[in-house]
Design a protein around this ligand. Structure first.
Ligand code: MN
Length: 272
């Protein structure tokens, strides 16, 4: 080991000791960025001519301290990989189907803990349910808060989690289709060019509700996964995160060949 390696290791040891102290004394808080997962969790509805939907979540009791198991309670679940607050792996999309490290069991776990940028679009999204984040708007955000760097997450705050308990409001579907905010193809390309590891939203998916009708259909899915990047959907409590400076922990279950997984996404943030 060189002198600089030894120094780096000592610094990392100090960093973790400081973090441990901050977690214990409450100066670093853990924010829950996941929605409750159960039979009432809103799920994506696709046009029937296009696709088969993910099934309703079912929770089946095996035993509850009874004849089926006198001392214990446990359930079995039926749920799609893309249910509730969840992670999209690259092989979720046809553009990412050939990445050998593109499934939930093969992604380098280093990616599951990373710095996070939170772009507040809550006012715009309240005024326009079809609001799309643009490159211009991201550049203005960077001028104010600092550059988005390689290896970081970018999350779009819309406060859409307020509708999590009401599927109709959450999906916001009218006769013209679903109307929820998202991102332009150009903006996703810009963020991929910055080296982000992934893009996350508070809506049902990483794309805007109307994204099936875009020039590149579902550009966030198409482009993120084409470049071996990840997605997060149905995130909660992004209003409790700073624009910069939090650490996001978002680790999918290690489902063999999984294209995604529900996650208990957590953020480490400085106490207010
Ligand atoms: Mn998904």
């Amino acid at each position: 080991m060189t002198a600089s390696d030894t120094l780096a290791k000592a610094t990392a040891t100090d960093t973790l000791a400081n973090l441990a102290g901050s977690l214990l004394d409450g100066s670093v808080k853990v924010v829950d960025c996941a929605a409750p997962l159960g039979p009432d969790t809103p799920l994506l509805k696709l046009p029937p001519e296009l696709a088969v939907d993910t099934p309703k979540i079912e929770v089946h009791e095996i035993s509850r301290y009874d004849n089926n198991g006198p001392f214990w309670a446990w359930n079995w679940l039926k749920l799609g990989e893309h249910s509730g607050t969840h992670f999209d792996a690259p092989q979720h999309w046809v553009t990412g189907k050939d990445y050998p490290d593109g499934t939930t069991d093969t992604i380098n776990p280093q990616a599951f803990v990373a710095p996070v940028n939170v772009i507040d679009c809550s006012k715009e999204s309240a005024g326009d349910n079809d609001f799309l984040l643009t490159t211009e708007r991201v550049k203005a955000w960077e001028a104010e808060h600092g550059e988005i760097r390689e290896g970081e997450w970018v999350l779009m705050r819309t406060d859409w989690d307020q509708f999590n308990t009401d599927e109709d409001k959450f999906l916001n579907t009218t006769e013209t289709g679903p109307h929820t905010p998202g991102v332009t193809a150009e903006c996703i390309e810009y963020l991929i060019g910055k080296g982000i590891i992934g893009w996350g939203t508070q809506c049902i998916g990483t794309d805007a509700g109307m994204a099936a009708t875009f020039e590149i259909p579902f550009p966030a899915h198409n482009l993120l996964h084409k470049h071996n990047r990840y997605g997060l959907a149905s995130l909660t409590n992004l209003d409790l995160l700073p624009a910069k400076g939090a650490i996001l922990i978002a680790n999918p279950l290690k489902i063999v060949k999984g294209t995604g997984s529900p996650v208990r996404a957590l953020a480490l943030v400085p106490a207010a």
